[in-house]
Design a protein around this ligand. Structure first.
Ligand SMILES: Cc1ncc(COP(=O)(O)O)c(C=O)c1O
Length: 506
């Protein structure tokens, strides 16, 4: 009889009581968020020692778990929701999105087929249409929500490969019969997920043609056409071009319209990675940089990168209806359900079978802010970025190394003394100075992140180490950006003094 105590779950009442405790702690976390360290400096070994313990045989009271979480886990995270977190693409989870994630778990439905979660599939269809409208894509297109842009790009490229119907890869595979060398074209700035897709597709990284970019880090269409022609002469088979709207390092935008013309001319699939850039179409000041997205045969946009929706959620669209199902539909008997008009079985569109109710969190975010509210919030990030970019450009000891049309700026600390020496220096000396500046900026970033005032990440563009500031957090204010800028100005000279610099003759 005693065993009964070990069965079952909390009662709904206990759930509510514990939930209220958690909510109170989360409220405190957000009220205090500017006072908590953005990141931790604990070593992996120390952290493991702090957290590791034997597998619990008996129940641990929830209060203890909460205490441990708040005292040992949360202090040793890097806080992406911190308003001064500007690393990578600094997304943030908004409150409606956070609450939706709770409800998604509470309902725990599986949106694999329409019948297994009808309203979840219906909402997925609706939010996909809304998202397509928000980026100017054909809202009649096939779409599906997946966990991230990397997998979305992989799925799109599977569809691209299978659109080469004479190869019949889906049935025959890639080996044991003649398949020409399949080629993918993208810029030297495109995300590594393109190479990962090539690896997983069996195409191989040698067949990812990385094309040079112009002075603004955009793919050069003439180079693309030259590469395609050369490959055709050599008997290779162009499979797809991946263009980017909002590259990872500098937020650059490839010339989609010219690329699309080339793709049409040679009958090549165009995939657009607009994981970061797509939703800027909502903001009138920068909209022109995210136009032409409808020219993609497929496109990926990330609500978890730009639309205040908690990880993990990405939307993939394919213009031609049926192409995803053509690649991924495979129905074992136990999943054979009666089809009704208007129903969609989202398991048919990707590799994933069990699927969470991702659409709910996008639905709640869009309902809570509206298209206009989202556009205003994104617009504020643009205004903050423009202010910072102007300050950097006007400062004698900083340079704006690359500015995106979107809310991202890459900067470098370049003391004027070094700039003066540089101008007179021979190439070999310039190389030494460049290496010094790279180390200087690496150290500046390290000290910025150590300071706790703000947290940023880096990129290396054409050999130059730059500090990347991405502004995308829903809670970030002008004061936050001002204090980041003040900190950089304070730390720059200090780091300069601490690192001996090459002299004109040294
Ligand atoms: C341009 C671009 N595409 C794709 C990705 C991959 O996104 P995800 O993390 O959703 O797979 C990233 C990640 O930063 C990115 O910057």
């Amino acid at each position: 009889m005693n065993q009964q105590a070990d069965l079952g779950d909390w009662s709904p009442w206990e759930f509510e009581r514990n939930g209220q405790k958690l909510m109170k702690l989360i409220r405190g976390h957000f009220e205090q968020i500017r006072n908590i360290p953005i990141t931790t400096h604990i070593s992996p070994q120390e952290l493991m020692n702090l957290l590791d313990k034997p597998l619990p045989e008996k129940p641990v009271p929830f209060e203890v778990t909460l205490n441990e979480t708040w005292n040992k886990v949360i202090p040793h995270l890097t806080h992406w929701n911190h308003p001064s977190f500007h690393a990578y693409f600094s997304n943030s989870a908004s409150f409606p999105g956070i609450l939706a994630d709770l409800l998604i778990s509470a309902l725990n439905v599986n949106a694999m087929v329409w019948k297994s979660a009808p309203a979840a599939s219906a909402l997925e269809t609706i939010v996909l249409r809304w998202l397509a409208e928000m980026i100017g894509y054909n809202h009649e297109a096939d779409g599906v929500l997946v966990n991230g842009a990397s997998l979305a790009t992989f799925y799109a490229l599977v569809a691209a490969r299978d659109s080469l119907s004479d190869l019949n890869v889906r049935t025959k595979g890639l080996t044991g019969h003649f398949v020409p060398r399949l080629r993918l074209y993208t810029s030297d700035q495109a995300h590594s997920s393109v190479d990962k897709a090539a690896i997983s597709l069996g195409i191989g990284t040698d067949n990812v043609v990385r094309l040079p970019t112009d002075e603004s880090y955009r793919l050069i269409p003439t180079k693309l056409e030259e590469a395609i022609c050369l490959d055709l002469e050599n008997g290779y088979r162009p499979m797809a071009v991946v263009a980017t709207v909002g590259t990872t390092a500098t937020g650059a935008v490839d010339p989609i319209s010219s690329i699309s013309e080339i793709c049409k001319k040679y009958g090549i699939w165009l995939h657009i990675d607009a994981a970061y850039g797509g939703f800027w179409y909502l903001v009138p000041e920068v909209k022109e940089n995210a136009e032409d997205l409808q020219l993609g045969d497929s496109i990926v946009v990330n609500p978890h990168k730009c639309l205040y929706t908690p990880l993990e959620v990405t939307a993939l669209f394919c213009r031609q209806k049926g192409v995803l199902a053509n690649s991924f539909r495979l129905i074992p008997e136990y999943l054979n359900t009666q089809k009704e008009d208007g129903s969609v079985d989202y398991m048919d569109y990707t590799l994933q079978l069990g699927r969470s109710f991702r659409s709910l969190k996008i639905w709640w975010v869009i309902q809570s802010f509206g298209r206009e509210g989202l556009a205003n919030r994104l617009g504020e990030s643009i205004r903050l970025t423009r202010w910072l970019t102007k300050e950097i450009s006007a400062h004698p000891n900083f340079v704006c190394a690359a500015s995106s049309p979107f809310a991202l700026v890459c900067l470098r600390y370049v003391p004027q003394t070094i700039r003066t020496i540089w101008q007179k220096a021979a190439p070999e000396k310039q190389r030494v100075l460049s290496e010094y500046l790279n180390r200087l900026n690496d150290e500046l970033l390290r000290q910025l992140n150590q300071s706790g005032t703000a947290y940023a990440s880096h990129a290396v563009i054409r050999g130059r180490y730059v500090i990347r500031i991405s502004i995308g957090n829903i809670h970030t204010t002008f004061e936050d950006i001002k204090s980041l800028w003040n900190k950089l100005q304070e730390l720059g000279p200090r780091v300069g003094v601490s690192m001996s610099s090459p002299t004109i003759d040294g």
